[in-house]
Ligand binder design. Structure first.
Ligand SMILES: [Fe+2]
Ligand SMILES: [Fe+2]
Length: 494
């Protein structure tokens, strides 16, 4: 359990506020916990159905689809999934079909696991096809036991809530088992543009799967248009756009409201002096961890751009020398963070990994005061504060000595960056009530955006820092309540 009162106090001290009543909470952050593996689908039945009532309603006569030469995607049994791949790489759902029967249970729990949230299948009753499975990966040596749920038809996902659907195994490389996905549409017939698109987004915590209507104005239709990022939606119902990791520690760099990062490149010059030993790590865990650290590295690298841009904005607003100097020092911190993260990713991958060009970084710098405040609040006051809370919570759960030390080191620096962000915000909004209101609105928008559960389907191994998207969202929710909102209240009051 992690008490965030120290982080809150340090930010309040940076704001020149000793304590306020609203800051007296003592909420703690749960340590990331292991959870069960996903369900399976390898059976042989497949019958056409209208599916459950989970995903969005019909829009009536759909417009002609922009999907050319649709190729049906098949389940492992050869049955259709109801999805097609268009010639440009876009994937759409044309029909709601029944997925193959979920697989029989995997390795059952034995009852002496370290993390035990169920003991038999009978304990897993939240949704359909509940299984109580031993660990996320038996070859990890991690002992955990958790519930896993599958689906056959959309109605199996209703227990999660409205706006869900069942995606069969075979819908793209990332979907190897039938699973419930968020859905703003059920099939093409529900969309005015005639396409209910499927998005796959590796958020940095796991893979986020979603169904959402495509529109002609969307920024992309397939990953091929995204220079190493993925074409998906940041929340069902929003436009398809190119997305990079957002669920990784670091200050995101947003351009036109979307977090940007560089595509990974084979190179060996982004190395840190500090080496971390990964001898004896199981192959599957090594692969997942390498991906995670490549994502973390990309966000840390993007943070350099965020601080560089912020220096220009501070100059435009006439900032004092102290804030400018601290911003430059923070930029150097981020270079070091990126080097450490790329070094870890390289060691895990067995080859040099570094950043490619950071596309879009040359876009015009907004110097309008309100725009600067919105970006500062989202990227730094909220983003970096969440980063500290995440790094601390992950470090508490990590048993790998080298990785725990890296998380603690990053948390230390990010705490300094968060304090700088809040101090800078206080300087900008001082005596300007309208700007204070802009900051509060930007804070709520950022909390809603960054606090959403994303990528809750990846490998979970808290002993090495692989937390589920749900755990990351929980950490961020508590950081919002215990730190961000009280500190914003103190800032506005002052
Ligand atoms: Fe950083
Ligand atoms: Fe930072």
């Amino acid at each position: 359990m992690r008490d965030l009162s120290v982080l809150r106090s340090s930010i309040l001290a940076a704001l020149g506020v000793a304590s306020i009543a609203a800051c007296g909470g003592s909420t703690t952050v749960d340590r990331p916990a292991s959870q069960g593996a996903g369900g399976g689908a390898t059976g042989s039945t497949s019958t056409t159905t209208t599916g459950g009532g989970g995903a969005g309603g019909g829009a009536g006569g759909a417009a002609p689809s922009a999907c050319k030469d649709p190729l049906p995607l098949l389940q492992p049994s050869g049955s259709p999934t109801g999805f097609v791949r268009c010639a440009d790489g876009a994937i759409d759902r044309v029909a709601a079909v029944a997925c193959d029967a979920p697989a029989p249970p995997g390795e059952a729990c034995v009852g002496d696991e370290v993390n035990l949230s169920c003991t038999t299948d009978a304990d897993c009753v939240d949704r359909s096809y509940g299984r109580c499975l031993h660990g996320d990966s038996p070859d990890l040596g991690s002992t955990s036991c958790g519930c896993s749920y599958g689906c056959k038809v959309d109605a199996d996902c209703d227990a999660i809530g409205p706006g869900t659907a069942c995606a069969c195994a075979g819908v793209g490389e990332r979907v190897t088992q039938a699973q419930c996905v968020r859905a703003a549409c059920a099939t093409n017939a529900a969309c005015p543009g005639g396409e209910c698109g499927f998005g796959v987004w590796d958020t940095g915590c796991g893979v986020d799967l979603v169904l959402s209507c495509r529109a002609a104005a969307d920024a992309c239709r397939g990953d091929a248009q995204c220079a190493g990022q993925q074409c998906s939606v940041d929340g069902a119902g929003t436009p398809f756009t190119c997305l990079g990791p957002s669920c990784a520690i670091g200050r995101p760099m947003t351009i036109e409201g979307v977090a940007r990062s560089a595509k990974p490149a084979a190179r060996g010059d982004w190395r840190a002096d500090r080496a971390v030993d990964f001898a004896g790590l199981a192959p599957r865990l090594r692969e997942a961890l390498a991906q995670r650290w490549a994502d973390v590295a990309a966000v840390e690298h993007a943070s350099i751009g965020s601080f560089a841009r912020f220096s220009i904005q501070l100059l435009a607003l006439g900032a004092p020398p102290g804030l400018l100097a601290e911003t430059q020092l923070a930029t150097i911190d981020e270079i070091e963070h990126a080097k450490v993260a790329y070094a870890i990713a390289s060691a895990l991958a067995g080859e040099g990994v570094g950043p490619g060009p950071l596309e879009g970084v040359g876009a015009a710098v907004a110097t309008d005061k309100a725009e600067v405040v919105r970006a500062l609040v989202a990227e730094a006051c909220v983003g970096e504060t969440f980063g500290v809370a995440e790094a601390l919570a992950l470090a508490d759960a990590i048993t790998h000595e080298g990785l725990a030390a890296v998380h603690r080191r990053i948390a230390e620096d990010e705490q300094r960056h968060a304090e700088l962000a809040w101090r800078t915000l206080a300087w900008i909004v001082r005596g300007d009530r309208a700007m204070g209101a802009v900051a509060v609105a930007a804070m709520e928008a950022a909390i809603a955006d960054l606090g959403a559960v994303r990528g809750d389907g990846g490998l979970v191994a808290p002993e090495v820092g692989l937390a589920s998207g749900r755990t990351i969202a929980a950490i961020r929710r508590i950081a919002a309540e215990d730190v961000v909102r009280p500190c914003m209240a103190a800032l506005v009051a002052a």
